[in-house]
Design a protein around this ligand. Structure first.
Ligand SMILES: [Zn+2]
Length: 347
């Protein structure tokens, strides 16, 4: 573990709707020198006291017993209060201040309430402590909560060099997302396609607002681009964070995973050893029945148009889209203003 460190801490915040592939991307980046993936940090307090969907760290220990998080969980807790009381207080503030519906207000007004200022102070402490304990320069946070992401730019208060936020808006085809939500997986519950797609729309709209507001520190990425060229996309993300792509842990489509300290995420986060990134994601075409497929398609088409999914279908039809998904050129990230282009690397 490293001690006190100087300079800003970069937080790479991956947004979008759950089941978008952020866990595997985060775990790959976790293998790069100077990077740590903390999973869905938003749920640290709730899960640590057993009120969330699962209470395990990626290392396999309970969060409260993990050597890494047990040192961070007491931060900001008033003397004489229990972990349970403090967790309830943090969750109450999160619900009051950083829900998806609060995203636009935070972007407009910044830390405009006592609750937001208190939460910002806690998150600043936590991110600094993560960097100090891990020795990492870049923290990958895959919480995907738009309110938390919007708040990120305001962290550090007057000490603007404390936290340097970078945003990745990660989008996955809503039909593939709906299929992923269709079946419960260990501690992850199931959602019908209509609900999954409604959330997909809401979270992606909020994520778009964040990347539009902070365009110079944002990039957009489709999950399908990642699986078409995982090494290329990981290299691009490393450059985006100011790291040398030569530290990429990818060898072709394969990465050797050595474990992590993630706070929840896809249950695959516990996987270690040689891991191959699959090259297709079109199981929804055959495994998602007609009714949920139509619901997901109908609810999402305006945003699928915005994110370039319909454009590719129009070029080559469904078969062409499927065929291209596995051989698409490296990471031409979309942006809503200019169409397809490469994401701008951060300094
Ligand atoms: Zn751990």
């Amino acid at each position: 573990m490293a001690g006190e460190r100087d300079g800003p801490v970069t937080v790479l915040c991956i947004t979008g709707w759950c089941r978008n592939g952020s866990t595997i991307i985060g775990n790959i980046l976790n293998e790069a020198h100077d990077f740590i993936h903390v999973g869905e940090l938003h749920f640290l307090w709730k899960n640590a006291v057993g009120l969330g969907a699962n209470n395990l760290c990626g290392c396999g220990l309970e969060l409260g017993r993990c050597a890494f998080w047990s040192q961070i969980l007491p931060l900001g807790r008033p003397a004489g209060t229990s972990a349970e009381y403090f967790a309830a207080e943090v969750v109450r503030r999160q619900r009051a201040c950083v829900r998806t519906r609060h995203t636009w207000r935070i972007l407009r007004r910044g830390l405009g309430s006592v609750g937001l200022r208190a939460h910002a102070e806690l998150m600043t402490q936590v991110y600094r402590a993560i960097a100090e304990r891990s020795g990492a320069r870049v923290i990958v946070d895959t919480s995907k909560m738009p309110g938390e992401a919007a708040l990120l730019a305001a962290l550090g208060g007057e000490r603007e060099d404390t936290i340097r936020p970078l945003f990745v808006h990660l989008v996955r085809d809503p039909r593939a997302t709906a299929l992923s939500w269709h079946q419960p997986k260990q501690y992850v519950y199931a959602l019908p396609a209509s609900a999954s797609t409604a959330y997909w729309c809401g979270f992606n709209l909020a994520a778009s607002a964040i990347t539009k507001r902070h365009a110079e520190h944002s990039m957009a990425l489709r999950y399908e681009e990642f699986i078409a060229d995982p090494a290329g996309v990981i290299g691009h993300l490393l450059r985006f964070c100011g790291a040398d792509p030569a530290v990429s842990p990818m060898t072709g489509r394969t990465v050797e995973l050595h474990g992590n300290h993630t706070v929840t995420g896809n249950p695959d986060r516990f996987r270690t050893g040689a891991t191959v990134v699959r090259d297709t994601d079109d199981g929804w075409r055959t495994e998602l029945s007609r009714r949920p497929r139509l619901a997901a398609s109908a609810l999402s088409w305006p945003l699928r148009l915005r994110y370039g999914y319909l454009r590719e279908r129009a070029k080559g039809g469904a078969g062409g889209e499927r065929a291209r998904a596995s051989r698409r050129a490296p990471a031409p990230h979309w942006t809503e203003e200019r169409g397809l282009r490469r994401g701008k690397a951060a300094p």
